[in-house]
Design a protein around this ligand. Structure first.
Ligand SMILES: Nc1ncnc2c1ncn2[C@@H]1O[C@H](COP(=O)(O)OP(=O)(O)OP(=O)(O)O)[C@@H](O)[C@H]1O
Ligand SMILES: [Mg+2]
Length: 326
């Protein structure tokens, strides 16, 4: 078969390189599932010796902003592969009748590509929705059913890694769904992950442990994407605000941030957005932000929240208020 340059695949989506990937902060069960998969891939030879192959196809489901794309990219990087991110608009902008042909062509090119690539189907429910036979719109249904059949054949023939992401796994065609050997659900982060995600995106600034605990409570139900956006907006205000002549007191900054950063309407409203400046996380938020925990003065309310004191013991939160210093 004639080898084709990887760049030919760029017509189907964006090629994301391993060195651009970043590691997501994951809940334990998700991390465990991924470690298992990677280990399996790394001992492919031993598996072959017992008549098995490493699994190659995984489906990630989860709400918007829970890190599906980030995780797929990170996995591709761990495997040392570029990732081709295919979005349904690449197929749907053309005539519907061309969907099937395009999908077939994509799999042909993948097989013939000079260097292997992990293919990531984003918004997979819209590309691989259940087949229909209502007779309501026969030609559209037939086109879609043909596309699904081509997808099935492509998945069966493809010996590379395939990851699909969806917000609605239940809308995916059953036969396609079964082709995916690994199913991972990305839930909204819990308290521990929220704190780690906040720490990552507040860097180089640090928050004292009690302020971080309050903020994490106020941001319960936030997606990683929202946490990132919140922390980054605060940092942006710190840099841009003084130059723009904005009021830079704590309340003014937080008010502007919660006005411009909006939670996804389907995901529920974290407390900070319903209480606004009345939220106790606002009063607990250190201001100005410092780059080292030692730079904060001992808070005036020290001892008022003894139950939070041990909250970070043994956890991976890299920052701690310097206790006991005057
Ligand atoms: N677990 C995580 N740890 C750290 N950052 C994360 C995590 N999950 C998501 N992010 C950040 O949130 C943003 C959105 O993540 P991503 O695009 O991967 O979500 P998604 O699930 O693919 O969303 P969508 O359903 O909208 O495609 C990214 O900027 C990413 O860096
Ligand atoms: Mg995504």
């Amino acid at each position: 078969m004639m080898r084709v340059p990887s760049s030919d695949l760029a017509a189907f989506g964006r090629i994301m390189m391993p060195e651009e990937a970043s590691e997501p902060i994951l809940a334990k069960p998700v991390r465990a599932a991924l470690t298992e998969w990677l280990t399996e891939i790394w001992c492919a030879d031993e598996l072959t010796a017992v008549g098995l192959k490493p699994r190659r196809r995984a489906m990630f489901s989860g709400a918007p902003g829970t890190g599906k794309t980030t995780l797929a990219h990170h996995l591709a990087a761990r495997l040392g592969l570029p990732m081709l991110m295919v979005t349904p608009d690449r197929f749907k902008t053309a005539f519907l009748s061309e969907s099937s042909r395009n999908i077939g062509q994509l799999f042909n090119l993948l097989q013939a590509a000079e260097e292997p690539m992990l293919v990531f189907f984003d918004e997979f429910d819209s590309l691989a929705a259940k087949r229909m036979n209502t007779g309501f719109n026969p030609s559209a249904e037939q086109n879609h059913n043909e596309a699904i059949n081509t997808m099935l054949a492509g998945l069966d023939a493809c010996d590379g890694y395939v990851i699909a992401a969806t917000n609605y796994a239940d809308r995916v065609d059953e036969a396609i769904w079964r082709r995916f050997e690994i199913h991972v659900t990305l839930d909204l982060p819990g308290d521990r992950e929220r704190r780690r995600i906040l720490c990552r995106y507040f860097e180089p600034f640090v928050l004292p442990a009690d302020a971080l605990a309050h903020l994490s409570d106020a941001l319960a139900m936030a997606s990683p994407a929202l946490l990132r956006s919140f922390a980054e907006h605060i940092k942006r205000q710190i840099v841009v605000g003084p130059k723009a002549g904005w009021s830079m007191n704590r309340e003014a900054v937080i008010e502007r941030v919660i006005t411009s950063v909006k939670p996804h309407p389907d995901l529920g409203l974290p407390r900070l957005w319903s209480l606004g400046l009345k939220d106790k996380a606002v009063a607990a938020f250190p201001w100005p932000l410092e780059r080292s925990a030692a730079a904060y003065p001992t808070p005036a309310h020290a001892g008022g929240d003894a139950d939070r004191g041990g909250a970070t013991a043994g956890s991976v939160v890299p920052m701690r208020r310097k206790g006991g210093e005057a």
